[in-house]
Design a protein around this ligand. Structure first.
Ligand code: XLS
Ligand code: NI
Ligand code: NI
Length: 441
């Protein structure tokens, strides 16, 4: 079998002192951190679209990278791409992958033909999975690239488009189940709007819920036991994406009775586009019981769009992993690198440098998160900050014993409040830096 990434061997852990650019310095899959191996804690996944398909096209120019894997016609490209994907995952020691239906197999003239092509590629992928032991983290359907989805999929004003989207999801669910996927993602795609002058928002949201309900019921009927995820994003491609952020999605799920089956797939860059921190979105998911999976990447705060860069900011990965540990770790989810190399990083080796950088940044983040939690000062500070609710009037408030009249009587006797204490933000940030960089000097 031909090798697609020639000259690159299996990437191994060599430790922090290694200067081998094709080695892990911090990601040591077998090392135990916070009670589990790094492999189990981090559950890295490869995104098929960015990694195998993305050639770097933008609105000013065509792609710069060759992603044809030596193939000529579309189906040979798709088959070689699948083989190359498994070679890449094996060389990088990544256990999982995620895909859209159209990433793995190109669309044909009719849906029947498209589905037949998909079956052919899924046969191949199933074999490659058996050979390599790689697993599907989640599957999804691309309901946004084809022009038919110009007005959305489930939220399209055109019922034919809704039906087509349903058919596409049905097939995507079948292949996800067949490949043993434990997750199925709904990223909003073009579910949103540009202007209310032509949009019935209430009707569109009802329809979006109808589509998700149909998908859920069908998936359960064919034996899907995993989680459905909504992946929040506030804008892009539409001006108002319906799945704005985690809180908005929670309200949607509860309104339509989908909250038992759906969790969140939180993407770092989507959080910042919503003017939230990544940590805020993860914490919102955790406290609402919908923490599910992560699309790992980072944005550029100077730019207003989804740059989907490989995550290298260790401060961010540490705060992320603190949330993951607090949420009890991943169950069906994992860390999917929904990230793409820059347009100028067009060589095949750049994919390896990018994944190594991202995986090492998360390995460091995990280790730092574990240290911050074990150190205990941050958690103790937070707990102590609410100490006034442990006794007296605070305990009565929390225990539901204080009436509003009693609170008024209590307040009338208070006089000036002199019991506030400092939030100590700078002190706490300094503690985090101290833990992160201890041992450096
Ligand atoms: C796009 C999304 C997309 C989803 C999968 O912004 O991140 O890639 O993760 O449809
Ligand atoms: Ni994503
Ligand atoms: Ni993104």
């Amino acid at each position: 079998m031909s090798e697609f990434f020639q000259g690159i061997g299996k990437v191994k852990f060599e430790g922090a002192k290694s200067d081998n650019p094709l080695a892990f310095r911090y990601y040591n899959p077998d090392e135990v951190v916070a009670g589990k191996t790094m492999r189990e804690q981090l559950k890295f996944a490869m995104s098929y679209w960015h990694t195998m398909c993305g050639a770097g096209a933008d609105m000013f120019g065509v792609g710069t990278a060759d992603r044809s894997y030596g193939g000529g016609d579309e189906m040979t490209v798709a088959k070689n791409k699948a083989r190359a994907a498994f070679e890449l995952m094996t060389k990088l020691d990544i256990d999982f992958f995620c895909f859209h239906d159209r990433d793995i197999s190109p669309e044909a003239a009719t849906l029947t033909e498209t589905n037949a092509r998909l079956d052919e590629i899924v046969d191949l992928i199933e074999g490659l999975m058996k050979e390599s032991g790689k697993k599907l983290l989640w599957g999804t359907a691309n309901l946004f690239s084809n022009p038919r989805y110009m007005h959305g999929a489930g939220t399209s004003c055109n019922a034919d488009v809704f039906a087509f989207a349903a058919a596409q999801i049905k097939k995507a669910l079948e292949i996800t189940v067949r490949l043993g996927g434990n997750g199925y993602v709904f990223w909003g795609g073009r579910e949103g709007y540009e202007t209310l002058l032509n949009t019935d928002m209430g009707f569109e949201l009802d329809n979006m819920a109808r589509l998700m309900t149909l998908a859920r019921d069908y998936a359960r009927s064919i034996g899907f036991k995993g989680d459905f995820y909504i992946e929040p994003k506030p804008k892009e491609p539409t001006k108002h994406q319906y799945d704005f952020d985690v809180a908005t999605c929670c309200a949607f799920l509860r309104k339509y009775g989908l909250d038992k089956d759906f969790k969140m797939n939180v993407e770092a860059n989507h959080a910042t586009l919503a003017t939230h921190t990544f940590q805020h979105e993860l914490a919102t998911a955790r406290i609402n019981g919908v923490f599910g999976s992560i699309d790992a990447n980072q944005g550029d705060l100077l730019l207003g769009w989804d740059t989907d860069q490989f995550p290298t900011n260790v401060y961010e990965t540490a705060l992320c992993m603190m949330e993951v540990i607090k949420a009890g770790g991943f169950t069906n989810g994992g860390l999917n690198f929904d990230a793409k190399v820059r347009r100028g990083s067009f060589e095949p080796s750049d994919l390896f440098y990018a994944y190594i950088a991202g995986m090492d940044a998360f390995a460091l983040g995990l280790k730092i998160a574990d240290k911050i939690i074990k150190d205990g000062r941050i958690d103790a500070f937070v707990a102590d900050r609410y100490a006034s609710y442990k006794s007296g009037i605070g305990a009565d408030i929390v225990g539901g014993k204080a009436t509003i009249q009693q609170l008024e009587a209590y307040a009338l006797n208070l006089g000036d409040i002199t019991t506030n204490t400092s939030g100590r933000q700078e002190y706490l940030e300094h503690i985090v830096n101290g833990i992160m960089f201890s041992g450096l000097v």
